[in-house]
Design a protein around this ligand. Sequence first.
Ligand code: TXA
Ligand code: MG
Length: 317
Amino acid sequence: MNSTEIKYAAELIVKGELVAFPTETVYGLGANAFNPLAVAKIFAVKERPSFDPLIVHIADLNDISNVYAGNDDRVYQLAEKFWPGPLTMVLPKTSSVPDIVTSGLQTAGVRMPANDMALAFIRAAKTPIAAPSANKFGMISPTEALHVKKQFPDIYTLDGGKTNVGIESTVISINDDGFEILRPGAITSQDLQHVLPISKTAGRKTQLKSPGLLKSHYSPKKPLYIVENPCVNYKSQTEAGLISFGEPDSSCRFSHVEILSKTRNPVEAAANLFSAMHRLDESDVTHIVAEPVPETGIGIAIMDRLQKAAYQSKKTK
Ligand code: TXA
Ligand code: MG
């Protein structure tokens, strides 16, 4: 393993850049999990039409408390048995984990990969690394550095050879009465049952849920409407909160304004979207008006999330 390369990769992470790295499952496209703008770049380069929650990778069990807000013995029992390894646990997150990492959920998927290069890289970066598989949307997950380089020639890739598991980690949630598999992987239900019973409510839903369809995806509690040029076109501004792509013009009368990006930079807007929704949900506005963003690049993912949020409010009205 080349320590110069690890050091360089870690420096890129500290600067807020992306690095592709091997794990035992597939190659990941990593960013500093605590830097929302860096994480937004992942969605931009993957060209995913929607935001999916990302897995946060750690290298040492001590570091779990930076991302996991809890102290459930069962989590430590599972970690002891299966980490490092292809098991992702969906856990209540700390406030240090930005909303863009978890698509606005209050939980984060956490795992410790069983790959020496990955562990050295995470330790050198001195921060948890948020990473999905290092492939463009709709493409096959990469199991060799060359797969990554073909799709992302401009992204620095740590070459750790072929990954040995080759399919993505098992994702589980932990309920009061046991675990539930959200995505099957190399660690099976039988393996997990050596440590924890399977939850009685598990398996009731279809197993291979499309992540974008997970009901746990975030939507604000308040009605949200998408309005073109809202400062001009929307009437009851004083009761409403505005999600503005850029700086709104001075005629605007919304009682609470969330600016996604002063420079109308879509990557920055994506990084700020879920936190803006959270703040508006917690404020005293009665409903939320969102200005649409151009539907190109990461703007497609932003609009997908806004449309889902708007759809929720249509349903409950
Ligand atoms: O093996 C792996 O898991 C690879 C390597 C790079 O670690 N990563 C990976 O990430 O497959 P990705 O983004 O392709 O898949 C992450 C999965 C998604 O299905 C997502 O829905 C689920 O994990 N997930 C992450 N956080 C979650 C959360 N808070 N709640 C529910 N599901 C979550
Ligand atoms: Mg993937």
